[in-house]
Design a binder for this molecule. Sequence first.
Ligand code: SF4
Ligand code: SF4
Length: 194
Amino acid sequence: MYGGLPEGETRMGKVLQWLDAPFVLRRLMAARQSLADATPLTRDCGSLCGAACCQPEESGDNGMLLLPFEERLYHKPIDGFSYELRPDDTLYKGGWRLVCDGQCPREHRPFACRVFPLRIRIVDAGQEDETSVQAEVDPRAWACCPLPEEGGLRAVRADFIAAVEAAGHLLTGNAYLLEALLNEQRMLDDTRKL
Ligand code: SF4
Ligand code: SF4
């Protein structure tokens, strides 16, 4: 949807996106805010693993996928946060990935960093605000995070799980954000089958 418009509809599509952007961003920022203080463990889990999920990969092929319009929150420099935005169509055509140097002010973390090592699974895509979601362990977390091996969902705080699901419910009430989450889910489910 976002950026993925047929030739000829591009100009109209861009106008629609421009009109939709404030509504999408409002949802997204509310979802980000609902996770502002939520953490997987009662103590700083980064001290367990040296903040493994924030460490740059040698390949340089790391970074967090941004949700639709989230890149707009990173168009201006942010004090104490060194990052770059790279085009990435994984979640939606015309999407972006934020690549950081491993440190950021907590209040500026992308959505994907706030829910990690969990992710939002769409259980039943219904009408707006009626979609069911569940938090699940992000399969990508197995590569760097000790928590999946420590029991996965059982290893993380119940209020963190609840906050991830509440944020998911906010996101799925918007078609752009729902579409991006569904695309991610299809991609991860396809990878699981391999
Ligand atoms: S890798 Fe897992 S345990 Fe380590 S900081 Fe990230 S979420 Fe916490
Ligand atoms: S943006 Fe912040 S939380 Fe996310 S990977 Fe980079 S340093 Fe870690």
